[in-house]
Design a binder for this molecule. Structure first.
Ligand SMILES: *[C@@H]1O[C@H](CO)[C@@H](O)[C@H](O)[C@H]1NC(C)=O
Ligand SMILES: *[C@@H]1O[C@H](CO)[C@@H](O)[C@H](O)[C@H]1NC(C)=O
Ligand SMILES: *[C@@H]1O[C@H](CO)[C@@H](O)[C@H](O)[C@H]1NC(C)=O
Ligand SMILES: *[C@@H]1O[C@H](CO)[C@@H](O)[C@H](O)[C@H]1NC(C)=O
Ligand SMILES: *[C@@H]1O[C@H](CO)[C@@H](O)[C@H](O)[C@H]1NC(C)=O
Ligand SMILES: *[C@@H]1O[C@H](CO)[C@@H](O)[C@H](O)[C@H]1NC(C)=O
Ligand SMILES: *[C@@H]1O[C@H](CO)[C@@H](O)[C@H](O)[C@H]1NC(C)=O
Ligand SMILES: *[C@@H]1O[C@H](CO)[C@@H](O)[C@H](O)[C@H]1NC(C)=O
Ligand SMILES: *[C@@H]1O[C@H](CO)[C@@H](O)[C@H](O)[C@H]1NC(C)=O
Ligand SMILES: *[C@@H]1O[C@H](CO)[C@@H](O)[C@H](O)[C@H]1NC(C)=O
Ligand SMILES: *[C@@H]1O[C@H](CO)[C@@H](O)[C@H](O)[C@H]1NC(C)=O
Length: 862
């Protein structure tokens, strides 16, 4: 840690010295207009028909939130009353309906990744989608691929899936499909480079005493962007995701929602994204500029949460009326939003929001922030269905068995079970007792921040184990728990009598707006919380059958104790959600044979993971500069490159049975040659007609809600209506060259289909391997296929395919996987395209990133 701090200080000095040469994001204009490519054609057609009929003010209403806490959802756009359409509801979170009731508290994304099970990712997406749908939500704000997980101690890594882009990409896609098949719009976030909580927003950082005026800049080179951070967003776009959220941080010193390179070029041109881009809450930084840079929806609408001003709303109407924003651009925003709406069937599935994010009271103010219009707010609709089952299954199927020297499974023949550690028990404040789960009291089943949801109940390990012993045992087992981590004497005493001492420890993290015990979102260290090490010590010194269970958002340092011979088993249970205890008991007692694999690396030190989180501003009061010097080498790629031995490698996890891999076969498939895309887009369509200014005045006969963000003008004097002292000035600074040009534009070589050039997704090679369950129990195995791309700048190996299969005892299964051109390509910066290099390539198959018994050379492909 000392080394990390020193390094950060040196970097700081270097950056200040070279402040004039800060990383730069090249402009890319105009903002690409929607084309209806791929399976968006029908949705596009309907959206065009709908938008063609709208007035400018109605289009603007679709793009702008009504203001923070003005409506029931965490964000809500204006409606189109003329056509019977109420505003669109945006609601957190990636693991359930946030700020609601009678909803489920699902397992976190990191647990979904640990299952390596696409079917469970889809099932969870569908279940969450149903709950949002029935609460009246239009857009569920998830899933997460940013943070990807560059920093194991990054506050929000658990909301996403895994630092591996392929594992994350597959889980993103399946989650999105499930959510959207349920009839709601998914929102892939946070785009992009949002890898740490520190400095993500200047205002928040000031609140912690950091004197900075701009958000952190994630400085990412083009290759790393394509081969790592953008990768899972490609899968999201291919899965048809309806919306994408731009992030708080800057990329190369241009804000996530103002960055024409990331939004116009990468997302909308190269990946051909057809849905809409919405801002993170308060990540919108300019009116005209962000519209031209590719932002389509301002959330929650106000300049600063709770202020009566908007960059859009009235301002957007004026920007079109004064010809600063071309009409085709506002048409494109509205078309993208409505296309996403039709694509997932919102027109068939819609009910108005029946809950309020701001109070659990049944009655309250509709316009909560200004105390206006007292109504029934919470209908308390139960949307949980039988989703407990999928949560319990994900919990069990994501519990990774890291060590087992005979400690597990338990048999019910134990005379005495000790349950030790605060993490086994209830939160004395109640499961939802800390707002947004912003504390670490009792068992940990969810991280903190906007990525959380209220629990309908939370089954603790203590409850579930006691229930198991007393109701399903042989009546001969005694069971005791000590859940005060300070009570080490009592813990030692119980441990010394235990046939099995189950020790529960945790570490927590979350979003930057909440500080828990000095952790400003990001974890301030990689050790256990609440003296977890002391609990383990007290137990393991006194019981030679100590079993450690960890609830953590990612890796923690376990080097001091994991080899202790008295510790006979170690489980990582992640953040399992409401069924925590039941899921765990399924694994402890062998009803579920563990098949999970760790979706991240367990290193001996934090330094082994690469660059530390930037925790001190290094650019004076300007934007802290976070150079992504690790490049594509994060997590196992870094350990492989540095030849550092991890404790438990990425992809590792044990079972109660054994598997053997054999018979690797490699077959070339017939495929077309890769053709770079050439040609031009059509010109931007203009839908409808903008009327005279007088048509957009605030209508008489409508009661104005205080502070509400409307699309209308106060007067025909545009300057006065804008309320902007700088109105009409410095236009050249926010209307970059080419930004208003609606004529046809050249296509990028790597573009074409949804997600990029269709040649990238062609299958080139088929791989088969045989997996043999050589043990005496049926079980799940996760075959993993890694590729070495062979170049001097390529990681030693990268995950490219995986599956989760169930095999009966003694049985064999033939597993087949295919490699696409994308899987074998590297990003070529000068060509701005993917290329299969001439370097010799290899394939490896096995059941962890370091247990790869099978390997073969790959045939030459192009
Ligand atoms: C950031 O700058 C690097 C280095 O010049 C460049 O490779 C990359 O494409 C830039 N990315 C963005 C989003 O501007
Ligand atoms: C457009 O508006 C006209 C007149 O209000 C109506 O007849 C027509 O059905 C509308 N079309 C759509 C697509 O909403
Ligand atoms: C914009 O939305 C608000 C809130 O739904 C509504 O009151 C207003 O009438 C809408 N404006 C237009 C032009 O439809
Ligand atoms: C922040 O830094 C600026 C420039 O160094 C300084 O003028 C200002 O007083 C500082 N503000 C605080 C609150 O420390
Ligand atoms: C328009 O945007 C400017 C910032 O560019 C802001 O100062 C002004 O208050 C906004 N106008 C309205 C009506 O919200
Ligand atoms: C619960 O959490 C709060 C907030 O972190 C903390 O102050 C309090 O001590 C905790 N209480 C218990 C009983 O753990
Ligand atoms: C690490 O942080 C946790 C949570 O704030 C704290 O409980 C623990 O004592 C810290 N570890 C060390 C070694 O300081
Ligand atoms: C292991 O547990 C036994 C009690 O069963 C104890 O005597 C011994 O000291 C422990 N060993 C370690 C390394 O703590
Ligand atoms: C563990 O401790 C128990 C009870 O103290 C003892 O019977 C058993 O032999 C020990 N096992 C090992 C492997 O040391
Ligand atoms: C427009 O009028 C409303 C109501 O009088 C007022 O609250 C608002 O500040 C005005 N907007 C501007 C930009 O002057
Ligand atoms: C057009 O309107 C926008 C929004 O109020 C304003 O920011 C911009 O300065 C105006 N441009 C011109 C050229 O008047």
């Amino acid at each position: 840690m000392k080394f990390g701090l020193l390094e950060a200080t040196l970097l700081g000095a270097a950056s200040v010295a070279s402040a004039k040469e800060l990383a730069y994001s090249p402009p890319f204009y105009p903002s690409p207009w929607m084309t209806g490519a791929g399976d968006w054609a029908e949705a596009h057609r309907r959206a065009v028909e709908f938008v063609s009929n709208l007035t400018l003010a109605e289009k603007v209403n679709l793009t702008t939130g009504a203001g923070w806490e003005q409506e029931r959802c965490v964000g809500e756009t204006g409606g189109i009353p003329r056509l019977g359409m109420w505003g669109m509801c945006m609601q957190d979170s990636p693991l359930g309906v946030r700020d609601s009731d009678y909803n489920s508290g699902f397992s976190a994304g990191i647990n979904v990744a640990a299952t390596w099970d696409k079917r469970l990712a889809y099932a969870r997406g569908m279940a969450m989608g149903e709950e949002h749908r029935d609460k009246g939500v239009d857009v569920q704000l998830g899933p997460v691929a940013g943070p990807l997980g560059k920093n194991p101690d990054g506050g929000r890594v658990w909301e996403g899936f895994s630092p591996d882009p392929v594992l994350t990409g597959v889980m993103m896609a399946e989650t999105i499909k499930g959510m959207q098949d349920a009839g709601i719009i998914a929102c892939a976030k946070h785009f992009i480079g949002n890898e740490q909580e520190h400095f993500r927003q200047a205002g928040e950082a000031q609140g912690y005493g950091y004197n900075i005026t701009e958000s952190v800049s994630s400085n990412i080179d083009d290759t790393t962007m394509h081969e790592l951070y953008l990768w899972p967003f490609v899968d999201a776009v291919r899965a048809g995701v309806g919306s994408i959220m731009c992030s708080y941080n800057q990329i190369n010193n241009s804000y996530g929602c103002s960055n024409s390179y990331t939004l116009n070029k990468l997302l909308k041109s190269e990946l051909g994204f057809q849905g809409f881009v919405m801002s993170d809450w308060g990540a919108h930084h300019s009116g005209v500029g962000d519209a031209l840079a590719g932002l389509d929806m301002s959330m929650p609408g106000d300049v600063i949460l709770g202020s009566p001003y908007s960059f859009w709303g009235t301002n957007l109407t004026i920007s079109v009326l004064n010809n600063t924003i071309p009409e085709w651009r506002i048409d494109d925003m509205a078309t993208r939003i409505m296309a996403a709406y039709y694509k997932v069937g919102r027109d068939r599935h819609r009910t108005p929001p029946n809950f309020s994010s701001w109070t659990r009271d049944e009655y309250g103010y509709e316009h909560f922030i200004v105390n206006e219009n007292f109504v029934k707010l919470n209908e308390r609709v139960n949307v949980q269905r039988d989703h407990a089952n999928v949560i319990r299954k994900i919990g069990a199927d994501s519990t990774v068995l890291l060590k087992n020297n005979g400690g597990l499974p338990l048999t019910h023949n134990e005379k005495f079970i000790g349950i030790l550690g605060e993490d086994a028990g209830s939160n004395p404040y109640g499961a939802n007792g800390c707002a947004d789960r912003g504390c670490d009291n009792g068992t940990l089943a969810m991280g903190w921040g906007s990525g959380s949801a209220n629990f309908p109940y939370l089954i603790t390990p203590e409850q579930a184990i006691q229930n198991e012993v007393l109701n399903y045992g042989n009546g001969q087992t005694n069971v005791f728990s000590v859940t005060d981590n300070g009570a080490t004497d009592q813990i030692a005493d119980i441990a010394s009598q235990s046939s099995a001492a189950l020790v529960f420890v945790n570490a927590d993290s979350g979003e930057g707006f909440i500080n828990v015990d000095g952790n400003e979102g990001d974890r301030k260290n990689m050790t256990l919380w609440k003296n977890g090490e002391a609990v383990i010590k007290a137990a393991s010194e006194n019981c030679n059958n100590t079993i450690v269970i960890m609830h953590t958002p990612s890796a923690v340092l376990i080097d001091d104790w994991y080899l202790n011979p008295n510790i006979t088993a170690i489980l990582w249970a992640g953040l399992p959600g409401q069924e925590s205890g039941r899921s765990l008991v399924d694994v402890l007692y062998g009803r579920v044979n563990p098949g999970a694999k760790t979706p991240f690396t367990w290193g001996k030190t934090r330094a082994a993971y690469g660059a530390p989180i930037l925790t001190e501003p290094n650019n004076g009061i300007g934007a802290p500069q976070d150079d992504f010097t690790d490049g594509v080498y994060i997590d196992y790629r870094r350990f492989d490159k540095d030849e550092v031995e991890p404790i438990y490698e990425f992809g590792f996890g044990m079972s109660y049975t054994d598997f053997d891999f054999s018979d690797l076969k490699v077959k070339s498939l017939k495929a077309d040659k890769y053709v770079k895309t050439t040609g031009w887009t059509k010109a931007a369509p203009i839908l409808g007609k903008v009327g005279p200014i007088s048509e957009y005045l605030f209508p008489s006969g409508i009661k104005r809600v205080t502070q509400y963000l409307y699309p209308w003008l106060n007067s025909t004097d545009l300057k006065a209506s804008s309320g902007d002292p700088y109105y009409g000035e410095r236009t050249d600074q926010y209307v970059p060259a080419g930004a208003t040009n609606g004529s046809s534009q050249p296509l990028l070589p790597a573009s074409g289909a949804n997600g990029g050039n269709s040649g990238l997704f062609e299958d080139l090679i088929e791989i088969t391997a045989t997996i043999h369950n050589t043990g005496k129990l049926a079980g799940d195995e996760v075959p993993q296929l890694y590729v070495s791309l062979g170049g001097p700048n390529d990681p030693p190996k990268v995950l490219r395919a995986f599956d989760r299969v169930n095999i009966a005892a003694g049985e064999k299964l033939q597993w087949t996987a295919t490699l696409t051109r994308r899987d074998l390509s590297s990003w070529d910066v000068p060509a701005q395209n993917w290329v299969v290099t001439d370097h010799a390539k290899k394939v490896y198959v096995g059941n962890s990133s370091r247990k790869l018994p099978l390997s073969a050379d790959l045939p030459r492909v192009q």
